[in-house]
Design a protein around this ligand. Structure first.
Ligand SMILES: Nc1nc2c(c(=O)[nH]1)N[C@H]1C(S)=C(S)[C@@H](COP(=O)(O)OP(=O)(O)OC[C@H]3O[C@@H](n4cnc5c(N)ncnc54)[C@H](O)[C@@H]3O)O[C@H]1N2
Ligand code: MOO
Ligand SMILES: [Mg+2]
Length: 422
């Protein structure tokens, strides 16, 4: 591995050139400022999918509620298990899941029992049926069984009064199942974060419109919609705003009045029609502008009335990269969820990657296994900020630290798999 490919964390790399803020520092500052919503809603359990638990949720019952069998077989007393030779026990009844045996298993007796059936009184052990011989009304056991085997104890999964879902947990399928297993029909969740978003640019046309010279279809509003939809936020699509300061001021004010977060794309750089930053400056406060990253350098973050503002750079790849690195963690923090760094792996890179010094690059990669079954990453190809097909081809970001000057085939690199990120 060559020296320039080591480490992905810019926080220790010292100040970036040209007054650009290092990526980790920018993420830290944003996460420090945004705060979680506080309004609590009670929702039907299925509607909690993707929502955030508003407080610790306690179990009203033990799970399992009753001590029960883990196997189809025979419930017996541990004291009746033969240490050697065989022992015949009299079968005195049957216990099924949902139909318990209501007697007592006495010495020398057994109850035919099925998986999930309540353990009958007196019995403490289940011998699975493959290990015994049934002869009429008796069951014959051999040696080699342990007292207490194949029994699931009341409360061994979840204890009554214990926390089943902690505050700040996102309800995934497992949490829906866990909540259902303790009988919760409704759960307390935090309200959704409201996000208004729009595109800026005179060149933008809607799908279905003809393209004139220099026009482009407004793709950012579609990728943004997809990324936001996945997060389960409440969406307010404000369409396309022309490169006109007055129109932009109106759109900004309208958006800030209705949303917790306002996201724009385009017009945030230094061109003559780039009005986003000056509008934010006039109506609110620019708290951060220009990050030492590629793509995504001119990202603007600030305050707009009562809302947080993210001005994403217009290039289509820049929109997606800055969203995943900054907006997504901020939205999770605002939603009340615990936010962790995106998972990263170190794997060999099989492509040669070109890179200039100074900015952390988020190149698009394909993480796959090679002929020997090892995980490796390769480049999707050309890495221009306008090449959106590189995002569609990718399944991970290859994160190249600011100080890196490129990667030779075989060098180890840091990747952020999209799984878990997007
Ligand atoms: N002199 C400099 N020029 C530029 C700099 C710089 O530092 N100095 N930074 C470059 C970088 S890096 C980026 S990124 C872009 C960011 O530009 P803006 O945020 O001002 O975005 P626009 O100029 O409005 O558009 C850039 C590009 O993206 C296309 N675009 C915009 N919106 C959409 C959309 N909704 N759907 C599809 N494509 C969109 C637009 O047509 C432009 O081609 O600035 C560099 N310049
Ligand atoms: O930072 Mo820009 O997003 O490279 O093209
Ligand atoms: Mg521009």
């Amino acid at each position: 591995m060559s020296e320039h490919a080591t480490g992905s964390h810019d926080c220790c790399a010292g100040p970036a050139p040209g007054g650009l803020l290092p990526v980790e520092e920018a993420r830290r500052r944003i996460l420090e400022q945004v705060t979680p919503v506080t309004t609590v809603e009670r929702v039907a359990l299925r509607d909690a999918l993707g929502r955030v638990a508003a407080r610790d949720i306690l179990s009203p019952i033990d799970v399992p509620a009753h001590t029960n069998s883990a196997m189809d077989g025979y419930a017996v007393r541990g004291a009746d298990l033969p240490a050697e030779g065989e022992r015949a026990l009299r079968v005195v009844g049957t216990a099924l899941a949902g139909a318990p045996f209501d007697g007592v298993v006495g010495p020398g007796e057994a109850v035919r029992i099925m998986t999930g059936a309540v353990m009958p009184e007196g019995a403490d052990t289940v011998v699975m049926q493959e290990a015994v011989r049934r002869e009429g009304e008796t069951v014959i056991l051999g040696p080699g069984h342990e007292p207490g085997e194949n029994v699931r104890h009341a409360g061994e999964d979840l204890a009554r009064g214990g926390v089943v879902i902690g505050a700040g947990t996102v309800f995934r399928p497992a949490e829906l199942g866990v909540a259902a297993s303790v009988g919760l029909a409704e759960v307390p969740v935090l309200r959704r974060v409201r996000v208004a978003f729009f595109s800026t640019g005179d060149e933008l046309r809607g799908i279905g419109e003809p393209l004139g010279l220099g026009d482009v279809y407004d793709s950012n509003r579609y990728s943004l919609y997809g990324m936001l939809r996945r997060l389960g936020v409440e969406l307010l699509d404000l369409g396309v705003i022309r490169d006109d300061p007055e129109a932009m001021r109106e759109a900004f004010s309208e958006a800030a009045a209705q949303a917790d977060v306002v996201i724009t794309s385009g017009g945030v750089s230094v061109g003559e029609a780039d009005y986003v930053k000056q509008t934010l400056d006039a109506l609110g406060e620019v708290r951060m502008w220009r990050i030492a990253m590629k793509p995504g350098k001119p990202l603007a973050f600030g305050r707009l009335g009562g809302a947080w503002f993210f001005g994403l750079p217009g290039n289509p790849v820049s929109v997606m990269v800055t969203f995943y690195q900054f907006v997504q963690p901020a939205l999770w923090r605002m939603a009340g969820a615990r936010v962790t760094r995106p998972p990263e792996l170190r794997v060999p890179c099989v492509s040669r990657l070109r890179k200039g010094r100074g900015r952390t690059e988020f190149q698009r990669g394909i993480l796959e296994t090679d002929a020997e079954g090892r995980w490796v990453v390769r480049s999707t190809g050309p890495q221009g900020s306008g090449i959106l097909s590189s995002m569609a081809a990718a399944n991970c970001f290859i994160v190249l630290p600011a100080g890196s000057e490129g990667v030779e085939p075989g060098d180890e690199v840091t990747v952020q798999p999209f799984h878990g990120l997007v």
